[in-house]
Design a protein around this ligand. Structure first.
Ligand code: PGA
Length: 250
């Protein structure tokens, strides 16, 4: 009932031409009639070029971040209206790298989630625990706090538009993937939290992606879990063949 959603997070990688070539190769490789929703999130400076490359294809465009403000004096930032102007459908919010290196908080992510929804963008809200938190048996509590804080302002009607990405920090870019059982346990926990807060009808509609070292070889098992509805893919989204392999496994 939930449409699988595979999204590539290119992070701070690619250059204009190779990003365009990558996006075109992905668009060309998606089988006709595919039931999988696909997105790519290039660096902000390449949104225009990649957007033009995927226009009219099955690949949606997404940004990796934004500021929740209207136009104004915010040097170096981009806002939801600009993402709309560039043809974005998605925006990744609260990625662990933004939380870790740029001081993003649940409160800030909540503000961005509200602004994204108001602008008609699909927010991909990222949550996940560090290795230390997992080893300290804090995973469920950390994720609960992130979910409650990052979705503080939304309604049950808005919830189904939101995509959640569960990305254990220890599995991101490390090659250490969560086992399907480990991931499914947290995904089920997240859906229960959403159900408690927004009601089961809305919670059942939310796509919860897994992220962290997803590859063609481990994607099918992860995506076969009942509460894993897609993947947010970093490293493996930089090679069309690998990314298409993950799409094929969904
Ligand atoms: P990875 O990154 O696939 O390279 O582990 C995932 C992410 O950070 O979204």
């Amino acid at each position: 009932m939930r449409k699988p959603f595979i999204c590539g997070n290119w992070k701070m990688n690619t250059r204009g031409e190779c990003g365009v070539a990558l996006a075109k190769a992905v668009a060309a490789g998606i089988p006709a009639g595919s039931e999988v929703e696909v997105g790519v999130c290039p660096p902000a400076c390449y949104l225009g070029g990649v957007g033009a490359a995927v226009a009219g294809s099955a690949v949606g465009l997404g940004a990796q971040n934004m500021l929740a403000e209207a136009d104004g004096a915010f040097t170096g930032e981009i806002n939801p209206a600009m993402l709309n102007d560039l043809g974005c459908r998605y925006v990744i919010l609260g990625h662990s790298e933004r939380r870790q290196f740029f001081g993003e908080t649940n409160e800030g992510v909540s503000k961005k989630t509200d602004a994204a929804l108001a602008a008609g963008l699909v927010p991909i809200v990222c949550v996940g625990e560090t290795l230390e938190q997992r080893e300290g048996n804090q995973t469920e509590a950390v994720v609960a706090e992130q979910i409650a804080g990052s979705l503080a302002g939304i309604s049950a009607e808005q919830l189904p538009t939101v995509v959640i990405a569960y990305e254990p920090v220890w599995a991101i870019g490390t090659g250490k993937v969560a086992s399907p059982e480990q991931a499914e346990a947290v995904h089920a926990h997240i859906r229960k939290l959403l159900s408690d807060k927004f009601g089961s009808e809305a919670a059942e509609k939310v796509r919860i992606q897994y992220g962290g070292s997803v590859k063609p070889g481990n994607a099918a098992e992860l995506l076969g879990q009942p509460n894993i509805d897609g993947a947010l893919v970093g490293g493996a989204s930089l090679k069309a063949e690998d990314f298409l392999g993950i799409i094929a496994a969904a």
